[in-house]
Write a protein that binds this ligand. Structure first.
Ligand code: KE4
Length: 464
């Protein structure tokens, strides 16, 4: 058994001209032949000045006991670190880079807009154009407000739902992550789950009392909460397809049952599509599932790599927002021209590129097929859950992963070992079993075949 306790500096000599290419090799490290000396030094320095050395906890690689590569640049499906190692990127900045990195149209839009001014704190035509584009792609949105992150979007949507219904309670689901707002750090997923703090210190008892939690894909747990609290529940918020406890698909009974309960009790149904929006389809998960929420929150892709979030939905609810209505929400940089230019260019490309989602599906299905075969050929227990270009490889003996309880049975130690070997083979994935992987339109068949080859090599080594 290979003991990979922490990131070892691989000094294996590799053919220089392959140094920056992703080439899984037979060397014990399976490495790209690069080294990590600069990242290790950079991480040590960063930790002196930034908590944990990172500006978002999931980036720390703490749970996989490795040093995170410091990224110097990116292009298309690849990222390159400061040691010169190049990786095939399945993180995609945690979702935004659906077009791949440095898409020329997006880079041009950002640079041209920057020359005219980055931000004015005043209305611009770009914001109206962005609102129209969002409404065209997500028909359930009558009116939309731009903000600067997914957290701002979900936080504001919940405040709006509470103000609109004059009720206090919300329901969220164990393992779902909606950003780091106090009301959501209750049994939260993503980094909170990965780092073992699903209920964060610092969230007051009063705030926590306002958040009820149910089990994903278990409609009975939702019904029980409505029976107990019926007309006190302002909103139900969920990831319509989860990514933050790994990818889990909702059962039809679950997702339609929630819609019915919200309608019956006058509760606002919020689909948190920060991750799924514009990725699973032009209209996101709601288009695929055929279920219409009252409010939708958006982020990631909508900014094309710049900080953008948005929330929108039924006119009668949105009209409660200041300055039209009494519910207050604001933001200095909300809708700034630079972010709008990057996001609008991205959305237009998604909307106008013929066969975009069909191509993405072909690439993602190719990867799923290859990884599934690698699991079987190497007798590695695992389940791959995929929808469109979002996927998770769960290392588990279970034959399915459909709930948070199923996710909790995963072998996170095996994941950590696989993760590091794959990384050293030039495959850059989310450093957590409780995250989604993302395929971009820039991933080539060669990228995907190399990824499958690296997975095979990693499984062989781990099973020896
Ligand atoms: P941000 O505030 O990080 O932009 O968005 C919060 C958020 C809200 N809703 C969903 C469904 C999300 O996935 C997220 C953020 N996702 C995580 C990764 N799973 C962001 C990565 C990070 O925390 O650094």
């Amino acid at each position: 058994m290979i003991n990979i306790s922490s990131r070892i500096i691989y000094n294996n000599k590799m053919d220089k001209n392959k140094q920056n290419k992703v080439v899984p090799n037979s060397h014990p490290s399976g490495g790209v032949g690069g080294s990590y000396t600069k990242s290790i030094a950079a991480f040590s320095e960063a930790q002196k000045h930034i908590p944990g050395g990172v500006n978002s906890p999931v980036r720390s690689f703490k749970n996989v006991n490795a040093t995170p590569p410091f990224i110097a640049s990116a292009s298309g499906s690849k990222v390159t670190d400061i040691d010169g190692n190049t990786y095939i990127d399945y993180v995609g900045s945690w979702g935004p880079m659906l077009l791949g990195h440095t898409h020329p149209d997006v880079v041009k839009a950002i640079s041209e807009t920057a020359a005219l001014g980055a931000s004015f704190g005043a209305p611009t035509l770009l914001e109206t154009e962005m609102a129209l584009q969002i409404k065209k792609m997500v028909p359930s949105i009558d009116s939309v407000r731009m903000v600067n992150s997914g957290t701002e979007a979900t936080m504001s949507a919940v405040r709006l739902a509470r103000g609109y219904t004059k009720r206090d309670l919300i329901i969220k689901f164990e393992g779902c992550y909606h950003g780091h707002h106090d009301s959501f750090l209750i049994k939260a997923g993503s980094g909170a789950l990965t780092l073992g703090q699903p209920n964060s210190p610092g969230v007051t008892k009063g705030i926590a009392a306002g958040t009820l939690t149910a089990k994903y894909n278990d409609i009975e747990t939702v019904k029980q909460l409505f029976e107990k609290h019926s007309e006190e529940i302002a909103a139900v918020i969920l990831e319509p397809v989860t990514g933050n406890m790994g990818v889990i698909l909702p059962s039809k009974e679950f997702i339609t049952g929630i819609r019915e309960l919200c309608t019956q009790h006058g509760t606002v149904l919020i689909f948190d599509e920060v991750m799924t929006g514009f990725r699973l389809a032009k209209g996101g998960a709601q288009e695929i599932l055929g279920v219409t929420p009252d409010l939708t929150t958006l982020g990631k892709i909508i900014g094309g790599g710049l900080p953008v979030g948005a929330y929108g939905g039924k006119q009668e609810i949105m009209d409660h927002l200041a300055p039209k209505g009494p519910v207050y929400q604001a933001g200095t940089l909300s809708g700034n021209p630079l972010a709008m230019a990057a996001g609008l260019t991205t959305l237009k490309l998604l909307d106008e590129t013929e066969g975009f989602y069909e191509q993405l599906e072909e690439k993602s299905a190719r990867l799923e097929k290859g990884l599934k075969k690698a699991l079987v050929d190497n007798n590695v227990p695992g389940v791959i859950t995929r929808i469109g270009s979002m996927f998770t490889l769960f290392f588990t003996k279970e034959d399915k992963v459909e709930s948070f309880d199923d996710v909790c049975k995963c072998d996170t130690e095996f994941f950590a070992k696989y993760f590091k070997i794959a990384l050293d083979s030039g495959i850059y994935m989310a450093p957590s079993q409780f995250e989604a992987g993302f395929v971009s339109i820039a991933h080539s068949n060669e990228d995907i075949d190399l990824t499958i080859e690296a997975a095979n090599a990693a499984f062989k080594r781990l099973k020896d």
